[in-house]
Design a protein around this ligand. Structure first.
Ligand SMILES: CSC[C@H]1O[C@H](OP(=O)(O)O)[C@H](O)[C@@H]1O
Length: 310
C-alpha cells in the first residue's frame, strides 16, 4: 500500500483522519484540496508532506500563488517546502522530478530501516524493547516508515521484543495510526499514555526511536510534542535516544533549534476529541504541535546515508 501516489493525473492518498476505523483513499485534483488535506492531517508526516508538496507543484501547473500557499500549508516540517522547491527548482519535467522524489523516499526508508536496525542491534544484546511517539510508519512516508521502519526491520529480523507506543495527544497518531500499522505487521505492542513515557523509560526500554520534522544544522531536532520530555527521561535513564529521518529533513539553512517555527494548532484539538467537548465551554488551550530536542540529548541521527553522532 502507498500512502500517497500520482495516479492517472491526480494525487491519491490515504485519509489518515479516518483511521483506524476506515481505510479510505482520497483522490485529490486541485491544489486547494491538497492544502486542505495537509492542514487537517489527512496526509501528514514529514516525508509524506515532501512528496505531497512535489505532486502539488505538478498540479499547480506553474501557478505561483497556489505554489506559495501549498509551500506554507504547515511550517515545521522542512520536507513540505523542500519537496516544492525540488520540483520548482528543477530543469526536468515537474512530474518526472516528483515521481523521482516518491521513489527516493521508498528507497530511503528501506535503507534507514536497515541502518537503524543495525544500530539498535549493536546497542542491544537480545531482542529490543522500543519506545516511540507519534506515527513514523509508512503512513508518514510512501511505503515503509522512518523510526517505525526500523521497528519493522527489527521485527522482520526476529529481533523485536515489544513496542511501547505513546498515544500522542491531542490527535492520537500513536493510538490511531502506529497501533494500526503495528497490527498490520503483527508486531507486539502496547499503547502508553504520553505522560507515562519518561517513567516507563526507567523500567527496561532498550531505545527510543523517533522521527523528525526538521533537523537544524547543529542537530537540534523538531519532532512531535512530547519528544523533548522523552529525551530528558531517556538521558536520565541511560536509554539511547535515536532520531530516524531522511537527509531531506536535515535543514542546513536553519542553524539551530530556536530558529525552527513551531506550529500551534489552536484550541479545538485540545478541548475536544472527535467533536466531543472535554473541557468547560470557553476553555482556551496552548497547543504546540512540535517541540525541539537539543542535540546534546540525541544519541544518534540515522539517515539513509549515515549515522550521525555528536
Ligand atoms: C516520519 S516523520 C513523521 C513526523 O511527523 C509527525 O507530525 P504530524 O503527524 O503532525 O505530521 C511527527 O512529528 C512525526 O515524527
Amino acid at each position: 500500500m502507498r500512502t500517497i501516489d500520482w495516479v492517472d493525473g491526480a494525487i491519491e492518498l490515504v485519509d489518515q483522519t479516518l483511521l483506524p476505523d476506515r481505510l479510505v483513499m482520497l483522490r485529490i485534483t486541485t491544489v486547494d484540496d491538497l492544502i486542505d488535506a495537509i492542514r487537517r492531517l489527512a496526509v501528514r508526516g514529514a516525508p509524506a508532506l515532501g512528496v505531497a508538496g512535489a505532486f502539488g507543484v505538478v498540479m499547480a501547473g506553474g501557478d505561483r500563488e497556489q505554489i506559495a500557499r501549498l509551500r506554507a500549508a504547515r511550517p515545521t516540517a522542512v520536507n513540505l517546502a523542500w519537496g516544492v522547491d525540488q520540483v520548482t527548482g528543477s530543469a526536468d519535467d515537474p512530474l518526472k522530478t516528483a515521481l523521482r522524489l516518491r521513489d527516493d523516499d521508498i528507497a530511503a526508508c528501506r535503507a534507514m530501516g536497515e541502518r537503524g536496525a543495525d544500530l539498535v542491534q549493536s546497542l542491544t544484546p537480545g531482542d529490543a524493547r522500543i519506545m516511540t511517539i507519534c506515527n513514523t510508519g509508512g503512513l508518514a512516508c510512501v511505503e515503509r516508515g522512518t523510526a517505525l521502519g526500523v521497528v519493522q526491520t527489527l521485527h522482520e529480523r526476529g529481533r523485536l521484543a515489544e513496542v511501547l507506543a505513546l498515544e500522542t495527544r491531542p490527535l492520537l497518531q500513536g493510538a490511531r495510526l502506529t497501533a494500526w500499522e503495528l497490527q498490520r505487521m503483527a508486531a507486539p505492542y502496547r499503547l502508553v499514555v504520553d505522560s507515562a513515557g519518561p517513567y516507563l523509560l526507567t523500567t527496561g526500554v532498550d531505545a527510543v526511536l523517533i522521527g523528525a520534522d526538521r533537523v537544524a544544522a547543529n542537530g537540534d531536532t523538531a519532532n512531535k510534542i512530547g519528544s523533548y520530555a522523552l529525551a530528558l527521561g531517556a538521558r536520565r535513564a541511560g536509554v539511547p535516544f535515536i532520531v530516524v529521518a531522511p537527509e531531506s529533513t536535515i535543514d542546513a539553512a536553519t542553524p539551530s533549534g530556536e530558529h525552527i517555527e513551531i506550529e500551534d494548532r489552536g484550541d479545538d484539538e485540545v478541548v475536544t476529541v472527535r467533536g466531543v467537548r472535554l473541557a468547560p465551554e470557553g476553555s482556551r488551550a496552548l497547543n504546540p504541535a512540535f517541540d525541539v530536542t537539543p542535540n546534546d540529548l540525541i544519541t544518534a541521527i540515522v539517515t539513509e546515508a549515515r549515522v550521525i553522532t555528536p
